[in-house]
Design a protein around this ligand. Structure first.
Ligand code: LLP
Length: 386
């Protein structure tokens, strides 16, 4: 059970829906990832896009992770939270001039550059500000992550990175630029990857392209292999902490790196997903011609993943019940048929007022919430206040 008896009692009067964050589980997850990475001399930047809730960020920063940002606001947020500038990277296919200048003024560690034109703009803006910029070139390695097509990023048809056919020209633009230093290569092939063989294939590509640059006399200091490690949505209690040892071990074994070469990661989901749950109340129960519905006070506006990616999240009651099991379609209040957290979910017969937990919602949950239907701002509760 997510909550003990005492916590269940305390939750009785609390206004729903809200995100619940288990800070102890977060700390244990961070510790597990950090120690497995440190042991191998790997650097991990936390991908803020997965969740930029203040309390979570403070703990992630305090643990010594860097920050991987995808907007000027995320860069600013990372700085404000205390992430040292030399541990902040800025990625994304569409960085605006204002965002690039924000990052340049903060003197961030590196830009992950996604096109030749972007490199030219960074060079020009750095010149205007009288600073130098470190860049890692994002290469699209054409590796299939075997994940949902919305979150696959490393295929030829995806918009991300510089295609390998353009690398010759990219290298020459970098050589000609006055204010840009190429320090690394960047790769990211997708998210929610549970088959570690995908990362093995990625290592092969990284080795290949690293050699390509070295053969042309360019030493690559940073090998940034992105993020993407998946979590177990089916078994949040049994596999609360991802197997970071196995994940980092792949890169340790299959990535060829010289003594001065650093390996960088950008993990988002794996660090925060299991620590968050969306807690909601049953507003109504109703039985249609073919279905039993549980209508919750949370919907796709609070957690968009099921509607957007048909993503599975485990749904459970917050309190124990011996009632007979009914297969419910668990839906939200939003005026869209896709506003459904799960179909035919076996749950004890439930009633108005019962609390329901939607698990593994700590990553890409709160951050993707919207005000559609003029819904309330999303609320949250941390484990240390229960
Ligand atoms: N680095 C880059 C360049 C990325 O694009 C991403 C995620 C990450 C790192 C972090 O990936 P992670 O370790 O979290 O898998 N909203 C979707 C996921 C989108 C992922 C976008 N990029 C979802 O809810 O599944």
């Amino acid at each position: 059970m997510l909550f003990n008896k005492d916590q269940q009692d305390k939750l009785r009067g609390v206004q729903t829906p809200f995100y619940y964050y288990d800070l102890n589980l977060l700390d244990a997850t961070l510790e597990s990832a950090k120690s497995a990475a440190d042991k191998r001399g790997f650097h991990v930047h936390y991908a803020l896009k997965a969740n930029f809730n203040d309390r979570l960020l403070e703990r992630i920063q305090a643990k010594g992770f860097g920050a991987d940002c995808v907007s000027g606001n995320e860069v600013q947020k990372a700085v404000d939270t205390g992430f040292p500038a030399d541990k902040i990277t800025f990625a994304g296919v569409g960085k605006s001039d204002v965002e690039i200048k924000t990052a340049l003024r903060h003197g961030i560690f590196a830009f992950n550059v996604e096109s030749i034109q972007e490199m030219e703009v960074i060079d020009e803006l750095a010149g205007e500000l009288g600073v130098r910029a470190n860049v890692s070139l994002r290469i699209n390695p054409n590796v299939d992550a075997n994940t949902h097509h919305y979150i696959t990023t490393g295929l030829d048809e995806n918009k991300f990175g510089v295609p390998t056919s353009e690398l010759e020209r990219a290298a020459s633009v970098i050589r000609d630029s006055k204010n840009v230093d190429l320090i690394g290569l960047h790769f990211h092939v997708g998210s929610q990857i549970t088959d570690l063989n995908v990362f093995k294939s990625l290592c092969v590509k990284v080795n290949e392209w690293k050699s390509w640059f070295e053969e042309r006399g360019t030493l690559i200091r940073v090998l940034n292999v992105g993020g993407g490690l998946g979590v177990d949505y089916l078994h949040p209690d049994e596999h609360a902490i991802p197997d970071f040892e196995a994940y980092f071990d792949i890169f340790d074994r299959f990535l060829e790196r010289g003594p001065q070469q650093e390996v960088h990661f950008e993990l988002g989901r794996a660090l925060v997903a299991q620590s968050g749950s969306l807690i909601s109340k049953v507003l109504y129960t109703k039985s249609g011609v073919k279905k039993h519905f549980l209508i919750l006070d949370a919907g796709m506006t609070e957690l968009m993943r099921p509607a957007l990616y048909q993503a599975y999240h485990k749904i459970e009651r917050v309190t124990q019940s011996d009632n007979k099991i009914i297969n419910y379609d668990v839906v939200g209040p939003i005026c869209e048929s896709s506003d459904c957290f799960g179909k035919e979910v076996p749950l004890p017969e439930s009633a108005r007022g019962d609390l329901i937990a939607v698990r593994t919602a700590g990553a890409y949950g709160e951050v993707m919430a919207s005000r559609y239907n003029l819904r309330n701002e999303i609320r949250y509760i941390y484990s240390d206040s229960l």
